[in-house]
Design a protein around this ligand. Structure first.
Ligand SMILES: NC(=O)c1ccc[n+]([C@@H]2O[C@H](COP(=O)([O-])OP(=O)(O)OC[C@H]3O[C@@H](n4cnc5c(N)ncnc54)[C@H](O)[C@@H]3O)[C@@H](O)[C@H]2O)c1
Ligand SMILES: O=c1ccn([C@@H]2O[C@H](COP(=O)(O)OP(=O)(O)O[C@H]3O[C@H](CO)[C@@H](O)[C@H](O)[C@H]3O)[C@@H](O)[C@H]2O)c(=O)[nH]1
Length: 456
């Protein structure tokens, strides 16, 4: 079958895989090829065992794969035939040199630009799908348009707003799709081509177009605002614990004010994931770079409060468990950074486990999806941590259970059974406020929740 439009996506990760799968599903007239340098990732995308766990993803891949959706490591062939190239490679925080610990590491990004330049023999539309510092498109254009083949590349910014665990739904029904372009004739024409792709299923009034820099900056800002809400409520959770206020009640009532809204006000042991911390630190770096130290400090505090909140978990454990947890088995319920994903990148559970080890406790990690990634993340301390698929076994003889991930299955466990197998007194630290604390107390547990002080 010949396709009118050919899309290629470089980078078959958490973003490239699901976004391209949905584009292929919704646009049967478009050929979509997802390429990656990682052979085993591509093999997994072509198998029954996809490389990432995302509810609903398997069915959509099955519908489109082999029809108009292809996964390949043949990057040159894909680049050659593409009209539109999405770049969705990783853009982690730089760990070396200038800007280390804050700035984006753009080496993977630049490599793809040079790869495209080397292989392409006609001009193409290049779409930034990765999250990037504002004004990256200018660098991309300089590299691409430095060719001596007389080719013109138009760069668009089309940041992705999906959240892991709900990616398929977020992609099927996005709040908005954002496309940034130059406001020139060729920029606007390229923008229209991408609008036409999304218009296959996204209502036109939800496809928003802006200039390139607004689009790039909006992505960083959206993540910073979401994370800021979590740090704000988490900071208040500490005050609730001292005063007898209940953070869930405070958040609920505040959220009823439509100007505030109810979402992203769930107090927790802190936000995790590959994006929030990285993107805020990038914003902090950019503010410094553009001579705005006060703005940088404002956003950096969001990350600082988050780390503080996670460290408070073991502090509170010590306070409650007679100032020592040395030699005590502690069951860590959940290692994924949030529910419904096996992703553990920047998971607060990682920090909790390390704090437990610093106190010479004996952590046992259980998680329905994330044990393989947990083992990878804890490689350096693997001898001191146990892993257990079965949460009941993880809790056997434990002095405490600490809930680190909001998996619904943890709330549905038989907590009487857990209580009977634990050392006494049996402590529960609910780092996500997902358990019925009163019911647990009736069983006999000593329960500590986030942002809930002693009544009266
Ligand atoms: N994970 C999310 O939920 C999410 C959501 C929105 C935006 N983002 C952004 O999207 C980007 C990708 O994130 P991700 O979570 O999908 O990362 P990821 O690490 O899961 O995937 C990136 C992929 O790019 C591949 N890659 C790197 N260099 C390459 C090259 N030169 N050629 C071909 N392939 C190459 C890697 O092998 C990897 O498979 C990041 O900028 C991230 O900030 C992520
Ligand atoms: O009220 C809340 C909401 C979330 N979280 C935690 O915050 C983290 C991030 O959650 P979420 O935003 O749902 O997941 P991500 O997949 O990290 O998605 C964020 O990061 C993506 C990458 O840039 C963006 O595309 C998404 O819009 C943005 O929500 C997780 O640890 C959650 O447990 C809370 O503690 N309280």
């Amino acid at each position: 079958m010949s396709f009118e439009t050919k899309i290629v996506c470089i980078g078959a990760g958490y973003v490239g895989g699901p976004t391209m799968t949905v584009i292929a599903d919704k646009c049967p007239d478009v050929k979509v090829t997802v390429v990656d340098i990682n052979q085993s990732r591509i093999d997994a995308w072509n198998s029954e065992n996809l490389p990432i766990f995302e509810p609903g993803l398997d069915d959509v891949v099955k519908r489109a794969r082999g029809r108009n959706l292809f996964f390949s490591t043949d990057i040159p062939a894909a680049i050659k035939e593409a009209d539109i190239i999405f770049v969705s490679v990783n853009t982690p925080t730089k760990t070396f040199g200038h800007g280390a610990g804050k700035a984006s590491d753009l080496q993977y990004w630049e490599k793809t630009a040079r790869n495209i330049l080397e292989i392409a023999d006609e001009g193409k539309i290049i779409v930034e799908k990765s999250t990037l510092p504002v004004r990256t498109a200018a660098a991309m254009e300089r590299i691409l348009n430095s060719n001596d083949k007389g080719l013109h590349f138009e760069v668009l910014s089309n940041p992705e707003f999906l959240a892991e665990g709900t990616a398929i739904n977020d992609l099927f029904e996005p709040d908005r799709v954002l496309i940034g372009s130059h406001q020139t004739e060729s920029g606007l024409a390229a923008c229209q081509k991408l609008v036409d792709v999304y218009a296959h299923w996204v209502p036109r009034d939800r496809i928003l177009t802006t200039n390139l820099w607004s689009s790039e900056l909006t992505k960083l800002t959206a993540n910073a605002f979401l994370a800021q809400r979590i740090s704000s409520i988490n900071s208040i959770s500490a005050l609730c614990e001292r005063t007898g206020a209940d953070v869930d009640e405070v958040a609920y009532v505040m959220g009823k004010d439509r100007r505030i809204g109810s979402k992203f006000l769930k107090a927790s042991i802190g936000f995790g994931g590959s994006c929030f911390k990285k993107d805020i630190l990038n914003l902090v770096y950019l503010c410094g770079y553009y001579g705005l130290p006060e703005v940088a400090a404002y956003w950096e505090s969001v990350v600082k409060i988050n780390e503080w909140q996670t460290h408070r978990v073991v502090d509170r454990m010590l306070e409650t468990m007679f100032n020592t947890i040395a030699g005590k088995k502690i069951a860590v319920f959940g290692f994924a950074f949030k529910a419904n994903t096996g992703d553990t990148r920047e998971s607060p559970a990682n920090l909790v486990v390390r704090d437990l080890l610093a106190e010479h406790a004996l952590p046992v990690v259980t998680d329905p999806k994330a044990i393989p990634d947990a083992k990878r993340d804890l490689k350096d301390v693997i001898e001191q941590v146990s892993f257990e698929e079965d949460p009941y076994k993880a809790a056997e003889d434990a002095h405490a259970v600490v809930v680190c991930t909001e998996w619904k299955c943890f709330a549905e466990l038989d907590w009487k059974r857990i209580y009977s197998s634990m050392a006494k007194p049996a402590f529960v630290f609910d780092g996500r406020n997902i358990l019925d604390a009163d019911a647990l107390r009736k069983i006999g547990f000593e329960v500590t929740s986030i942002g809930k002080g002693k009544a009266e």
